[in-house]
Design a protein around this ligand. Structure first.
Ligand SMILES: O=C(O)CCC(=O)C(=O)O
Ligand SMILES: [Fe+2]
Length: 293
């Protein structure tokens, strides 16, 4: 049983709490089935699937694949915890279901997420503004057993990270906090961690082993911007509670784009490349190649 007061005490003290068990294992099993088809193809030219970025694959249209996904993100106990911790009504500002592949080339840096991301249509990238007063929770739930590459948190860092005004990346501070790192490796499917998103954290770098699959949700106080667009399936709209509508920002314009937006060339999977090579005449391919800058 998860006790809200006890969880708030733990987050206040350490910056995080283990909420494993909050989401039932058969719900996680159903979720895995719902997302296996879209995780089998890239999101490309009308074909709905996943978005590739670095060593990660992100489900596109995350909340559209089944009511179970909406119900996980709007779990009443979880929302109650977020609202009691922040002292404000909350909304889901960022969300993703993603795979993190072992890689020598890509690593996530130590960072905080008390910030506003805004997509800049001129530069085609996300502008970031760190907001010291922003206080909320992120959840990460493992959707597979995780041996390596798990989330790492710096215990107690939510108490001092905000003093470094405007700073998102904390890689340079690592020697100062190295003894306070808590790593969630060798943990079973269903492990669920909630943390104050001003706690310094990252995904542990890893170069071999199983692919990690996780569900991520960020809950922000109502005075922070709405965040990413939340695209839902009409199948799931009947019978949503008022609380669910609040968390899903019904009636509010989004304040940024869905993250991430990957390079277009990454949208081609091996079958797509084979199809191009077999269907498009070589002379045309060559002409297109030469037309490129
Ligand atoms: O995947 C993880 O372990 C951390 C993810 C994270 O920090 C983020 O997406 O902001
Ligand atoms: Fe993060």
């Amino acid at each position: 049983m998860i006790d809200i007061n006890d969880s708030i005490k733990k987050i206040t003290k350490d910056g995080f709490v283990d909420l494993t068990g909050l989401i039932a294992s058969d719900t996680i099993g159903k979720l895995s089935k719902l997302i296996s088809r879209p995780f089998s193809v890239t999101h490309n030219n009308g074909r709905r699937g996943y978005i590739k970025m670095g060593n990660q694959h992100f489900l596109a249209n995350t909340l559209s694949w089944g009511k179970e996904i909406i119900d996980i993100y709007t779990n009443p106990k979880l929302i109650n915890l977020c609202e009691q911790y922040t002292g404000e009504p909350v909304h889901l500002s960022n969300f993703r279901i993603y795979k993190t592949l072992p890689s020598k080339d890509f690593n996530m840096g130590w960072h905080v997420d008390n910030k506003i991301d805004k997509f800049n249509y001129d530069t085609n990238s996300f502008d970031v503004e760190v907001v010291s007063a922003d206080k909320g929770l992120i959840i990460i739930m493992y959707l597979v057993d995780v041996e390596e590459g798990g989330v790492q948190l710096v215990k107690g860092s939510h108490k001092w990270s905000r003093e470094h005004t405007g700073i998102e990346s904390f890689d340079d501070f690592e020697p100062d906090f190295i003894d306070n790192i808590v790593t969630f490796n060798h943990k079973p499917k269903g492990t669920l961690i909630a943390y104050d998103y001003a706690t310094i954290h990252r995904a542990a770098p890893y170069i071999h082993g199983n692919v990690r699959m996780s569900l991520f949700g960020q809950y922000s106080p109502s005075w922070m911007p709405t965040g990413e667009p939340i695209l839902l399936h009409s199948r799931d709209l009947a019978n949503l509670s008022e609380k669910q509508k609040q968390v899903l920002s019904f009636g509010h314009a989004s304040s940024t784009e869905n993250w991430p937006i990957g390079p277009a060339c990454d949208a081609l999977d091996d079958n797509d490349v084979d199809q191009i090579l077999s269907k498009v005449p070589k002379i045309k391919l060559l002409k297109n190649l030469l037309k490129r800058r």
